[in-house]
Write a protein that binds this ligand. Structure first.
Ligand code: GTP
Length: 241
């Protein structure tokens, strides 16, 4: 147990700065509290504390019993688990589960505020061949490199994830189908011209781009999937809108 918010030589009294922060949060006015707060330790580093305050009457006066427990380690583990639960282990991109949750939220925002929202669903062409000729490990390396190129081609606000084995989904908030198509073509061309560490290797993608039109989340993804299928049918190495 660390005494992060009290002077070790002051028998556990809160340092005034910490107390002022808690006071500013309304602690003195709230009778019973139990919440997690960020507080600085004695070196000024932020830590997490579980704070409980209970009203007391003692010898005719009212007061509060305030306890602080350092839960920083627990918070760090929670954060690690949260990140792991939404990340694809191979590429470090978001995983399918997270993509669904995030897309659902973006759709809610669009329904409220009415801005454009588009998605790109793309799939590597003939990826099986890469696995078959160069091995599964080389295939994994290609997937990792695809994720790096993908992030390089997108804006900070775009959300890129691995949708399936060699299939990727990008959510582009505030983007029309035309803007999303440009982004998709940027990704396609960047991958095609990437300097792959295997002789003669070329990686192309086929993709479908859709703009949200008010339907369900599944219908939205299905529409991009249909276009992706058409891109494959049309000869691959292309984006369909
Ligand atoms: N190395 C590697 N391969 C994977 C992974 N996930 C899926 N695959 C492979 O991706 C390949 C997908 O093959 P197909 O669905 O036939 O598609 P394709 O060969 O890319 O052909 P088209 O999509 O029709 O252009 C399969 O060989 C899978 O084994 C992965 O995590 N690592």
């Amino acid at each position: 147990m660390h005494h992060f918010w009290s002077h070790p030589d002051a028998s556990g009294r809160l340092i005034s700065d910490t107390w002022l922060r808690l006071y500013a949060r309304g602690l003195s006015r709230t009778p019973d509290v139990r919440e997690e707060v960020r507080l600085p330790d004695l070196d000024g580093r932020e830590r997490w504390a579980l704070i409980s305050a209970t009203s007391l009457r003692f010898s005719g006066t009212t007061g509060q019993l305030v306890t602080l427990v350092d839960v920083s380690e627990l918070k760090a583990i929670q954060e690690e688990l949260r990140a792991a639960s939404q990340t694809d282990a191979l590429t470090g991109l978001f995983n399918r589960r997270f993509l669904y949750q995030r897309l659902a939220r973006e759709i809610e925002l669009v329904q409220r505020y009415g801005y454009a929202l588009s998605i790109i669903l793309f799939d590597l062409d003939y990826f099986k061949r890469i696995n078959d000729t160069l091995g599964h490990r080389a295939g994994d390396e290609v997937l990792i490199r695809v994720s790096v190129v993908l992030k390089r081609c997108l804006r900070e606000v775009d959300i890129a994830g691995r949708y399936g084995g060699e299939e990727f989904l990008v959510i582009l908030p505030n983007s029309t189908v035309g803007q999303a198509r440009e982004a998709a073509d940027r990704i396609r061309i960047a991958l095609k011209h990437e300097d792959w560490p295997y002789q003669g290797m070329e990686v192309t993608i086929s993709g479908g781009v859709s703009e949200y039109d008010g339907g369900t989340l599944d219908a939205f993804i299905d529409s991009a999937d249909t276009k992706l299928y058409r891109a494959k049918e049309g000869g691959r190495d292309r984006i369909m809108i």
